[in-house]
Design a protein around this ligand. Structure first.
Ligand SMILES: C[S@@+](CC[C@H](N)C(=O)[O-])C[C@H]1O[C@@H](n2cnc3c(N)ncnc32)[C@H](O)[C@@H]1O
Length: 207
């Protein structure tokens, strides 16, 4: 395990994975730092990562000072599966499990932390929460958050997701067009990519 701050660990992993093949869709550096901080705070034992891709978030979990003892990740894309295997080589994989579909989950599998950076199964992916579970969402994934809230409500549970964005801004001005990589002065607002997290609580407030 690397002896360094979790923020530095996240930054180093981001830089390392950004340079790897098939890195177009990896988690942002901002999301990795926020996730590293959340894991330090809540110390989950049992984590489900939906959409492992090439393994950026998985590598962070495996090397985190508060490494969860059970890490289940989902991935089915053949290109990603090849890269994932290469990218996790050399890391301690005790308690790590790769599954391809929601059917590989046991009916009563529930997790302390569920990370969404992909989709497993629109319905089954929401059954893995219990009272007190945490959820971390990379990017906006509005549909995922709405689906999760709806499903939890049918179990008498709820979740208040808090969104964080780099610089705290929701939108920023960006050049709409570039020519040969040079931004032109035709600006428009673009959403700023962030991440969200929250904890499952009871829908009925105790008195
Ligand atoms: C946002 S990506 C997940 C990224 C991953 N968490 C990471 O940070 O390395 C979501 C999904 O996109 C698909 N995907 C990611 N990279 C891909 C690639 N280079 N080619 C094809 N599919 C890809 C995978 O199925 C993955 O689960």
């Amino acid at each position: 395990m690397r002896a360094m701050t979790t923020e530095r660990l996240a930054t180093d992993i981001y830089k390392e994975f950004k340079a790897k093949p098939e890195a177009q869709r990896i988690a942002t550096e901002f999301a990795l730092i926020e996730l590293a901080k959340l894991v330090s705070e809540i110390k989950p034992k049992n984590v489900l990562e939906i959409g492992a891709g090439i393994g950026t978030i998985t590598a962070l979990l495996l090397q985190h000072p508060n490494r969860p003892s059970q890490i289940t990740v989902t991935e089915a894309n053949p290109v990603c599966l090849l890269e994932l295997e290469k990218n996790l080589k050399g890391l301690a994989l005790e308690g790590y499990k790769l599954i391809k579909s929601a059917d590989d989950l046991k009916p009563h599998d529930v997790f302390d932390l569920v990370i969404f950076d992909g989709i497993l199964d629109e319905d089954k992916q929401y059954r893995v929460f219990k009272l007190g579970s945490w959820c971390f969402v990379e990017g906006s994934r509005t549909k995922t958050i709405i689906g999760l809230k709806k499903k939890l409500e049918s179990f008498g549970l709820t979740i208040n997701m808090q969104t964080k964005r780099p610089g705290g801004q929701k939108l920023k001005w960006k050049s709409a067009r570039t020519i040969l990589g040079v931004p032109l002065p035709a600006f428009k607002f673009r959403p700023v990519k962030g991440c969200s997290s929250g904890q499952v609580t009871s829908l009925v407030k105790s008195t």
